[in-house]
Design a protein around this ligand. Structure first.
Ligand code: GDP
Length: 462
């Protein structure tokens, strides 16, 4: 960061109709610059962490909006610099006029993520915490929010930093031995080395194993709904998402293309995809739909296969489901024997796939227990513990996974080297590599390109 960085400004709140909006200003000139366009207290001489009511004016002194400015003095601020937050009226115009006035007064429009980048560079948060800010904003379920919040609070970073410190300490002692190699001394306790290598490998693999859970929490559980036309797929989808998202019709083949809908059920995000149905047809559009449905099914986290209990499953469906079950890896499947309300005796087929559930999509509209039964069955098929995993041990970020894999490889090499009695200098090279990989996650070691890439994915004003 340059010695005297620009003072940056941006609207931090979402556009559109709202009671209020916030404009953030950060940098060495923040106080003076806002003060130039503010009619109220002298913001250059007020105490830190105080709020002041007044007007923002244009170059001619014409009032643009009545606002509340909150003044923070660096380093006790979100970015570590001098900061002013201007709360103005929301809507499309007021925030833009206020921002324009501040840009005219000398502020520069902030780049995406620049506030968070400055917070990172000023040591207000580490890189994993900065990334958690973005995850928190994008979290669309209670559980994803829970994990991002733990990461933001630094619990996850602490785990990595503690391990890194211990490894660093040990590595330094071993390097000292190299300096004294002629005297044949051992500063680093070999028992401690064994324990530490073991602990490090265990933590790294626990974190790596959690990535599947993290991915499902972040992106949602993708459930593809398949089945013959008229089986009740659209009805089921509507019951799940709680609104008329899919078109329900008694004419077979109405839901031609894929319909995707999201729902938060029991604190988790689900993405439901309703397919065009699976059947042989000479109709071109339908045939394309069928082809795509099959592709979607193979990409699903869970397949929810629906059929009409009155009709039963035909041979083709049996074969199809059996093939999915026999596939490597098999597609986790929940078979819904639908329209249970229309039959006297509920019958579920004898199938060697996932789970079969006798169900009524129609009843599920006003029966929460019926829906719960279904979501539980879906979650049982997903190979991850989405609810009870310790949030600080869940990796949700691809970049982190990559560095963890690097750390794992280096630690495994160190372990082998140690077991083979390889000399300390070679062993420390592997340890250093593991340290580097772990440090890259929290940003203890980093480079500008990586930072630029991470922060540019943020929204402006963050
Ligand atoms: P899709 O073609 O598989 O999407 O099927 P739809 O959802 O359009 O449903 C076809 C017909 O079956 C509609 O008339 C629905 O009202 C009806 N239906 C769907 N689920 C049930 C159910 O659980 N019970 C009864 N009785 N009818 C249902």
């Amino acid at each position: 960061m340059p010695a005297d960085p620009d003072t940056i400004a941006a609207i931090a709140t979402a556009r559109g109709r709202a009671a209020l909006a916030i404009i953030r200003v950060s940098g060495p000139q923040a106080h003076a610059l806002v003060n130039e366009r503010f009619r109220g207290d002298d913001l250059t001489s007020v105490a830190s962490h105080t709020a002041h009511v007044g007007y923002v004016v244009d170059a001619e002194g014409e009032a643009l909006d009545q606002v509340v400015t909150t003044v923070f003095q660096g380093p006790r601020s979100a970015t570590g610099e001098d900061v002013v937050e201007v709360s103005c009226h929301g809507g499309d115009l007021a925030p833009q006029l206020v921002l324009d006035a501040l840009l005219e007064a000398g502020a520069r429009m902030a780049e995406p993520g620049e506030f968070t980048e400055r917070a990172f560079l000023n040591g207000k948060l580490d890189l994993a915490q900065a990334e958690a800010v973005a995850d928190l904003i994008h979290a669309s379920s209670e559980q994803a929010h829970r994990v991002s919040m733990q990461h933001l609070r630094g619990r996850y970073s602490d785990r990595l930093s503690n391990l890194r410190e211990e490894l660093l300490d040990l590595c330094a002692l071993m390097e000292l031995e190299i300096d004294f190699s002629e005297e044949d001394v051992e500063f680093a306790d070999r028992e401690r080395l064994t324990t530490l290598l073991d602990t490090a490998q265990r933590l790294v693999s626990t974190l790596l194993d959690s990535y599947r859970t993290g991915e499902l929490l972040r992106d949602g559980v993708r459930v593809v709904i398949g089945g013959r036309p008229n089986a009740g797929k659209s009805t089921l989808l509507n019951a799940l998402v709680g609104r008329d998202r899919a078109i329900v019709s008694a004419t077979p083949g109405t839901t031609r293309d894929e319909i995707e809908a999201e729902a938060e059920l029991d604190g988790l995000l689900f993405r439901f995809v309703d397919t065009a149905g699976l059947r042989d047809t000479s109709n071109q559009i339908e045939a394309e739909g069928v082809r795509r449905a099959e592709a979607s099914i193979r990409e699903a986290d869970v397949l929810l296969y629906v059929y009409d209990q009155q009709r039963g499953l035909d041979d083709d469906e049996h074969t199809f489901l059996q093939e999915l079950s026999d596939a490597e890896p098999s597609v986790p499947t929940v078979v819904v024997a639908n329209k249970s309300d229309t039959v006297d005796t509920e019958r579920t087929p004898d199938l060697n796939v996932g789970r079969t559930l006798s169900f009524s999509a129609l009843d599920a509209f006003d029966d929460a227990d019926e829906l719960d039964r279904l979501t539980t069955a879906l979650l049982d098929q997903v190979d991850a513990d989405l609810r009870d995993t310790e949030a600080s041990a869940v990796v949700m970020n691809k970049r982190h996974r990559q560095h963890l894999q690097e750390a794992q490889t280096a630690l495994e090499r160190a372990q082998t080297a140690y077991e083979q009695g390889v000399s300390s200098d070679l062993l420390t090279l592997d340890l250093r590599e593991a340290l580097h990989a772990l440090g890259a996650i929290t940003g203890e070691v980093t480079n500008e390109d990586v930072l630029g890439q991470i922060f540019s994915q943020f929204c402006i004003g963050k």
